[in-house]
Design a protein around this ligand. Structure first.
Ligand code: ADP
Ligand code: ASP
Ligand code: MG
Length: 415
């Protein structure tokens, strides 16, 4: 029987009524002749609630205990779904990551999966049962519970699908698939029938939380198609697959954004060989990840060095740079902790110039100053004031006609 792995996210599991609805969907997949393995997230808001509990108790929870705590939400929802299925005469059993044998490294709160045992799952499927697995969690070599980072149930689902050589990995969520941008921000966003792994990877890493980035990486590594679908409406959703399988290649596929950014700028530092390394290493020694970097030499032969970090690390990074500015005799430190990153993603950018100019002109016409720019082969990112983000996304979305029917690269440009 063809095997499918289905993952249901927090909002799909948010109430008992919703869990009953999920149970019906699982039963219907089973009735269509599939073996079904289901991966579940915690009920909506539960992981946040657990994190708040830990934070209210201590600013420095032991990572081991933190993982024991925040992994519990998934154990609740897996058991409830199993009960709902059994009540509907569909034999099911739920399992934690440790019970299945989802082995991870030891990096608490962002562990990576090393191996997945399939014997328990296979045994249960052979007995005709539906297998329900807690997402987001695993177990390290010492037998301690680990978690896979926020949104990690997507990664559990893809990893299980790959280990079982499933036919497809279906990610059920609260929207009908992957859209040209977050449909909760821009109502004109359009559903994409297909998107390449590469584009989805960029979208996910640039803030589109519809799939955890790691899950997309894993799917492309194992050639496992992902289908993103709505729990609450019918439809084929979005197939995430290899570029050569995409029927209509668009120049630009979507816009991703992240509000959680902060920018720090050290200006007027006397020019010295190796100073860039000195700045960066001080920041990374504090375990702060730097995202964008820009540097330029002024006519006075001093250097302006600007970078962005995640907003939650802003205060820590700023302190380091202020201390460093004093040591280096730099002119000033400027900062803005309320910036956002807006990114345009599309495989068509490789072969078509003009995307950047349209994007920058559009933002300019909308009166939105660009504070920083980075580009790669298939994406362009800019930093803007957070207050301008929504307007910017809307303007760029319109400029590239993402709200209209797919513009394929072939249709848009005649070479
Ligand atoms: P789940 O709880 O099912 O894992 P998430 O909240 O993690 O759901 O992800 C789904 C959400 O991702 C949507 O509700 C939507 O607001 C957001 N999102 C951001 N960008 C996109 C996009 N390009 N397409 C679809 N959803 C997006
Ligand atoms: N419950 C976890 C979270 O909220 C994992 C997930 O939902 O994918 O991040
Ligand atoms: Mg999610």
């Amino acid at each position: 029987m063809p095997l499918i792995v289905q993952k249901y996210g927090g909002s799909s599991m948010g109430t008992l009524d919703r869990i009953q609805h999920v149970a019906d969907k699982v039963i219907s997949a089973k009735q269509q002749g599939h073996d079904v393995v289901v991966v579940v997230s915690a009920m909506y808001g539960e992981t946040d609630r657990l994190i708040q509990l830990a934070n209210a108790l201590t600013p420095y929870p032991e990572p081991r205990e933190y993982d024991v705590l925040i992994s519990t939400g998934e154990q609740v929802s897996m058991a409830l779904l199993s009960m709902a299925l059994n009540m509907k005469q569909a034999p099911a059993r739920s399992f934690t990551g440790a019970q299945i044998g989802i082995l991870t490294d030891g990096v608490h709160t962002k562990a990576r999966i090393l191996d997945i045992k399939t014997d328990v799952i296979t045994r249960e499927l052979e007995q005709g049962r539906i297998v329900i697995i807690a997402g987001f969690q695993g177990v390290n070599a010492q037998g301690d519970i680990t978690t896979l980072g926020r949104g990690g149930s997507d990664t559990t689902a893809v990893a299980i699908a790959a280990a079982l050589n499933a036919h497809e990995c279906q990610i059920y969520t609260d929207v009908a698939g992957v859209y040209t941008t977050d449909p909760h921000l821009i109502s004109e966003a359009r559903l994409l029938p297909q998107i390449s792994f590469e584009e989805m990877l960029e979208m996910a890493s640039l803030g589109a939380k519809v799939l955890q980035m790691r899950s997309v990486e894993l799917a492309s590594k194992h050639n496992m198609p992902i289908r993103v679908l709505s729990t609450f409406s019918e439809g084929a959703g979005t197939l995430v697959t290899f570029e050569d399988k995409i029927m209509h290649k668009r120049m630009v596929s979507g816009i991703a954004f992240s509000r959680e950014e902060a920018i720090i700028s050290l200006s007027g530092a006397p020019r010295q060989v190796g100073m860039e390394g000195r700045i960066i290493s001080q920041v990374s020694r504090a375990n702060i990840e730097i995202d964008m970097i820009a540097q330029h030499t002024t006519v006075q032969n001093t250097v302006d060095f600007t970078f962005t970090v995640q907003r939650r690390e802003h205060a820590k990074a700023l302190k380091i740079i202020e201390d460093l500015a004093k040591e280096m005799g730099a002119g000033a430190v400027k900062t803005n902790a309320k910036v956002a990153k807006l990114s345009l993603v599309g495989i068509g950018m490789r072969s078509h110039s003009g995307v950047a100019s349209t994007m920058f002109t559009t933002l300019g016409d909308a009166g939105i100053p660009i504070q920083m720019i980075t580009t790669s082969e298939i994406k362009i990112s800019v930093i803007v004031d957070e207050a301008h983000l929504e307007k910017g996304v809307r303007a760029v979305h319109q400029a590239f006609e993402l709200d209209k029917h797919p513009q394929t690269t072939e249709q848009t440009y005649i070479e």
